[in-house]
Design a protein around this ligand. Structure first.
Ligand SMILES: Nc1nc2c(ncn2[C@@H]2O[C@H](COP(=O)(O)OP(=O)(O)OP(=O)(O)O)[C@@H](O)[C@H]2O)c(=O)[nH]1
Ligand SMILES: [Mg+2]
Ligand SMILES: [Zn+2]
Length: 320
């Protein structure tokens, strides 16, 4: 008799996972053999995974992770170069940025968008805390990401602005909410579905201490249909295992220019006759995106030639 059941992973803690099968929730532990043969990956199971569990034993054992439709990963940490799988089997990622407190980080945003492009996960950018934004900030950021072919949704979670558009985006989909600590991910979810009662950061200055309010990723069912994974705030996002050749494709707005680069395999960081560089110089491409690109290129290939000394300065839009 088959004593196994298919389940969905709702939350992953240090040693144990919360899983759900046929509406029933229980704790389950991954079998030791799932940790073998992981090669360069840190964790065998991620939130959103479909797994096969055997019902003997307490806690129940996760025997197998079923094939994923996709996953999002990054480098585990500055001390651990392995891949960390953040979530699996999602329809989209909603990247929550804050316009102020904490300030918008184009660098972090661009890293996460590049990872989504690499893993072929559609991404939407929420710009939260419109009530705290300085004049012009929202428009500038919106223009930058419209050019990068990313849909932008401005919201104010505390005053309820933009929530309908966000609800339409989440309805009937599996979405991961991702972004800086304190950007307002849990507040947005609570506003969309008050019964969730997610813990949100309390003190007005807490983002400066870097404290995370949400500490584990967890999948929640939405009453309107769909699921959303609330995640702990991300500070550093390093891309895992992306080839140098693929990197320019992760910045889609470069493609209108790069066919005019003098060299076909131009890396856009030092070559003469680089049309991407010219576009940044003339203001046709935003310097923040180019700066993010150069930083990622350097991480992937530290031996690449350095950028030209008069490369455009990167720091507009970087206020946090
Ligand atoms: N002024 C203003 N404050 C907001 C808004 N949205 C959220 N906040 C506040 O921002 C703080 C952080 O919100 P959280 O929802 O805990 O942020 P989070 O992204 O879930 O943070 P982590 O769980 O640490 O990743 C809370 O004090 C919220 O009340 C907004 O639109 N405007
Ligand atoms: Mg949170
Ligand atoms: Zn070029």
């Amino acid at each position: 008799m088959d004593n196994t059941r298919e389940a969905r992973v709702i939350r992953v803690e240090a040693k144990v996972c919360l899983v759900e099968a046929d509406g029933e929730r229980f704790l389950a532990t991954p079998r030791g053999q799932l940790f073998e043969g992981l090669a360069g990956t840190k964790n065998p199971v991620a939130v959103g995974d479909r797994v096969r569990v055997s019902l003997h034993g307490d806690p129940v054992a996760i025997e197998e992770v079923l094939p994923r439709s996709n996953h999002l990963s990054r480098v585990a940490s500055s001390h651990d170069p392995r891949e960390q799988v953040l979530v699996a089997n999602v329809d989209q990622l909603v990247l929550v940025g804050s316009l102020s407190r904490p300030g918008f980080s184009s660098n972090r945003t661009d890293r996460i968008l590049a990872a989504c492009a690499w893993h072929e996960i559609p991404a939407v950018l929420v710009l939260n805390k419109t009530d705290l934004a300085r004049d012009g900030d929202l428009d500038a950021i919106r223009d930058t990401y419209a050019a990068a072919q990313v849909r932008v949704l401005p919201t104010c979670a505390t005053e309820g602005h933009g929530l309908e558009a966000l609800a339409d985006t989440l309805k009937d989909k599996v979405t991961v909410l991702y972004g800086a600590s304190g950007a307002g991910k849990s507040t947005l979810l609570n506003a969309l579905q008050p019964g969730l009662n997610l813990k949100v950061g309390k003190t007005s200055k807490y983002w400066k201490s870097g404290k995370h309010t949400t500490t584990f990723s967890e999948l929640h069912a939405l009453d309107m249909g769909g699921f959303v994974i609330d995640t702990p705030g991300v500070r550093v996002f390093r891309l895992h295992d992306i080839s140098r050749a693929a990197l320019p494709d992760l910045f889609p707005e470069f493609s209108a220019f790069e066919s005019n680069c003098r060299y076909q395999d131009c890396s856009h960081n030092h070559e003469p006759g680089c049309a991407v560089w010219d576009a940044v110089d003339s203001g046709a491409l935003p310097p923040t995106r180019y700066a993010s690109y150069l930083e990622l290129l350097e991480e992937i290939d530290p031996d690449a030639a350095p950028p030209l000394p008069d490369a455009p300065a990167p720091d507009a839009q970087e206020n946090g």
